[in-house]
Write a protein that binds this ligand. Structure first.
Ligand code: NAP
Ligand code: GDD
Length: 346
């Protein structure tokens, strides 16, 4: 049985990837952070009591800021494939916590690569490694962006991802490790974190529809993003590790929309007029913005045979339908005297 280790398994992509790999018959090991509240909502559906027979998903406490712990997890789990998804992944937050972001995103990757380098050497095992790179690394470079486009990072997050990317390239060249860098453009889903633009908007649409709020405050409406569906993107991660040789790939739909267009589409799905409910709050602006991302994934389409299946319109519809239903339940509970904690209904 193939086995995979996922850092960031409790995040959006980790949850989709774990589901994909379990479906393919893998044993899946996930690294989770100790937290004073439960942080496993997204994978609860996949989790079974480890005392049961034949359990294939196992969770291990760890943190990409703790190299010793990462080494111990490698020794315990003996993975064939590692997916390094763990990160402080919010661009705006990275301006507020640049040091921590660098520690988790750049140094975190380096710590894991160092652990893998040593593990491969002493075990003789050829572990395959996926590094979760980002279109944010292109930042200020003009679209369309592909593997040849020079990086121009515009946030502490993007600078850290760029460092992680180059660490990964260097470890591939220096030690002959199988390391693939995915350069993924924005991808979303009903499991997207609630403070990213798409989910913030679709959650607001659901709650507006059910009379639970009246306004939503946003920042820059003019930025363009190439938004795809997370379920499609984790397939690309897996495909990268099934190739005969490691390489780097841009994963994108090739279609971009402004934030304003996303907002219009999402409100439109619920029959609402966004102009009546959206207000601008400068606190959501970034000191340096990435104005336009639109990916050219020709290489992935040719070499991996990867194509995105979910269109922009279907993605918006999927997220709005999910969040309208979520808000309906929240309303029902409120009307029946229950206090509902944010996230409890996810
Ligand atoms: P996400 O939902 O924010 O999930 C991030 C995951 O990393 C969570 O499981 C989080 O744990 C974990 N994490 C955070 N800090 C950590 C630390 N110090 N040690 C160990 N784990 C830590 O992000 P995502 O959207 O799934 O993205 C997955 C990866 O792809 C990230 O590296 C992100 O930067 C990158 N990426 C995402 C996109 C996108 O559009 N989604 C595009 C390009 C690249 P908690 O649950 O405990 O917080
Ligand atoms: N989050 C947020 N909140 N973004 C807003 C808001 C708001 O209220 N108003 C406007 N925006 C704009 C941001 O300025 C940005 O231009 C765009 O909406 C998308 O913002 P996010 O959804 O936060 O995503 P991101 O593009 O900054 O970063 C995401 O995609 C990257 C890949 O390109 C994250 O998932 C990163 O981790 C990922 O690497």
């Amino acid at each position: 049985m193939n086995s995979a280790l996922i850092t960031g398994i409790t995040g959006q992509d980790g949850a989709y990837l774990a589901r994909l790999l379990l479906g393919k018959g893998y044993a899946v090991h996930g690294v989770i952070r100790r937290s004073s509240t439960f942080n496993t909502d997204r994978i609860d559906e996949l989790y079974r009591d480890p005392h049961e027979e034949g359990v294939r998903l196992r969770l291990h406490y760890g943190d990409v800021c703790d190299g010793t712990g990462l080494r111990r997890i490698l020794e315990k789990t003996h993975p064939d494939e590692i997916y390094n998804l763990g990160a402080q992944s919010h661009v705006k937050v990275s301006f507020e916590q640049p040091e921590y972001t660098a520690d988790a995103v750049a140094l975190g990757t380096l710590r894991l690569l160092e652990a893998v380098r040593d593990y491969c050497e002493h075990s003789g095992k050829a572990v395959r490694f996926y590094q979760a790179g980002s279109s944010e690394m292109f930042g200020g470079a003009a679209p369309p962006q592909n593997e040849q486009t020079p990086f121009y990072p515009r946030s502490p997050y993007a600078v850290s991802k760029t460092a992680a990317h180059w660490y990964a390239v260097n470890y591939r060249e220096a030690y002959g490790l199988f390391i693939a860098n995915g350069i993924l453009f924005n991808h979303e889903s009903p499991m997207r974190g609630e403070t990213f633009l798409t989910r913030k908007v679709t959650r607001a649409v659901g709650r507006l529809k059910h009379g639970l709020q009246d306004k939503v405050y946003l920042g820059n409406l003019e930025a363009r993003r190439d938004w795809g569906y997370a379920g499609d993107y984790v397939e690309a991660m897996w495909l990268m590790l099934q190739q005969p040789a490691p390489d780097d790939f841009v994963i994108a739909t090739g279609e971009s929309h402004t934030v304003r267009e996303f907002v219009e589409a999402a409100f439109g799905c619920a029959g609402l007029d966004w102009r009546k409910h959206v207000e601008i709050d400068s606190r959501y602006l970034r000191p340096t913005e990435v104005d336009s991302l639109c990916g050219d994934s020709t290489k992935a389409r040719r070499q991996l045979g990867w194509v995105p299946k979910v269109s922009f319109a279907d993605l918006v519809r999927m997220m709005v339908d999910h969040d309208v239903e979520l808000a309906r339940r929240e309303r029902f509970l409120q009307e029946n005297g229950f206090v509902v904690a944010a996230g409890a209904l996810r």
